[in-house]
Design a protein. Sequence first.
Length: 156
Amino acid sequence: MIEQESFATEILEVLEEVFDVHHGYLLDKGTSLFATLDDVSAAAASAPIALGTVSIATHVEHVLFYMDVLGKEIAGEESGEIDWNEIWERIGEVSEQAWDDLRARLRAKYAWLTGILDNVEDWRQNDAVGAALVIVVHTACHLGVIHQALAMKRAE
C-alpha cells in the first residue's frame, strides 16, 4: 500500500514535468507543454495539423476542458452535462491575442488543478488517483500530438 503523501508528491512531480519543469521522468528538457507552446505562433496554432484534422489550439482547448472536468471530479464538484465533442468543433483560427489568452488560461487551469491535487486529503475519494493519472496520461498524449504536428510543419 502506497502512502498518500508519497503518491501526491510523485503524481504532482510527473504532472509538473508534463506541463512545466523537467525532472527526467518522461520528457527531454525544454519539451514540456508550456515550453512547447511558448514557441508556437497564433498562425501555427490555428492551422489544422493535417488535412481534415484539428489545430494545436483545439488540442490545447481540449486539454483545458479535460482538466476542468476531472479537477472538479477530484474536488467532489459536479460538472453538469458534458459535451465531449463540442470542444473539437468550437475552436477555429485564433488571433495573437486569443492565442495568448488560451495559453494564459492553460497556465491558470494548471495552477488551479495543482492546488486541488495538493489539497487532496484522501486519494481514495472521488476517484482522485484515477483522475490524476488520467490527466497526466491524457495531457502527455496531446503533447505528443502537438510535438508531432510541429515536426511535420518543420519538415514541410
